[in-house]
Design a protein around this ligand. Structure first.
Ligand SMILES: C[S@@+](CC[C@H](N)C(=O)[O-])C[C@H]1O[C@@H](n2cnc3c(N)ncnc32)[C@H](O)[C@@H]1O
Length: 224
């Protein structure tokens, strides 16, 4: 990423490190998605400069426009429009189990069932922007004949929703109750008036803490 002032063609380098030879920058625009803003981008942007980046997770990402403080800090809001890019390469995700290993959890998992609430916005990327804060390591499956399945790729917790004569029921196994977490996200989503991307913001302090928040910066928030 970056164009070396002395070169005619773009320079190829690992974008996670920014590009120190041409820093500082007035603007950094990332055309890939990240889960956190790399410290190198903050350090290489001028005070008052702007970083525009696609930030999110497996199921949803949105574009944040940050104004940089110059001491490693930055703050800004998300833009309202849907925008998704491929995830930046080189992140820690290489050790993930295969999709088949994850699917085996819910295909073969045995657990008692309870009535399940299926969020009305289950297929909405704005709902998943919120839901993935409650389920940061979860892969969502929708397979033929099985409405919804979730598997956590770190601890292999799983949840499987099936239809019954009395409505949907969920079986859940592993250390976490993933469907309980999804229902918590659904409660915040509906009680919070189905927030669009523009209601979120990101605050980065000089110590490397990155906090995604909803509505005011001191509202509900999640450390990234
Ligand atoms: C959506 S494409 C954007 C391509 C181009 N910037 C454009 O606007 O047409 C994302 C690109 O980021 C590259 N990429 C992913 N991770 C990278 C990394 N760590 N360092 C540099 N490039 C990376 C991918 O190879 C891919 O070409």
């Amino acid at each position: 990423m970056g164009t070396d002032p002395g070169l005619r063609s773009p320079t190829v380098a690992d974008g996670r490190r920014g590009y120190p030879p041409a820093a500082p920058y007035d603007r950094i625009i990332a055309t890939c998605s990240v889960r956190r803003i790399p410290a190198s981008w903050l350090a290489q942007t001028r005070p008052g400069g702007i970083i525009v980046a696609n930030l999110g997770g497996d199921h949803s990402s949105a574009t944040v426009r940050l104004v940089v403080g110059g001491d490693g800090s930055a703050e800004g809001r998300f833009l309202p429009d849907d925008a998704a890019f491929i995830e930046i390469e080189g992140e820690e995700e290489r050790t993930r189990p295969s999709i088949q290993e994850l699917a085996d959890r819910w295909i073969h998992g045995e657990a008692p069932v309870r009535p399940a609430r299926v969020p009305e916005a289950m297929e909405d990327v704005q709902f998943w922007f919120l839901a993935q804060r409650f389920l940061p390591h979860v892969t969502l499956f929708r397979a033929e004949g099985r409405p919804w399945c979730l598997v956590d790729h770190l601890d292999l917790s799983w949840a499987r929703v099936e239809e019954s004569d009395n409505g949907p029921v969920v079986a859940q196994g592993g250390p976490q109750r993933l469907w309980d977490r999804l229902e918590e996200a659904d409660t915040l989503w509906t009680e919070g008036g189905r927030p669009g991307f523009e209601r979120y913001g990101l605050t980065i302090d000089g110590e490397g803490r990155q906090r995604l928040w909803l509505d005011p910066p001191e509202g509900p928030g999640w450390d990234l």
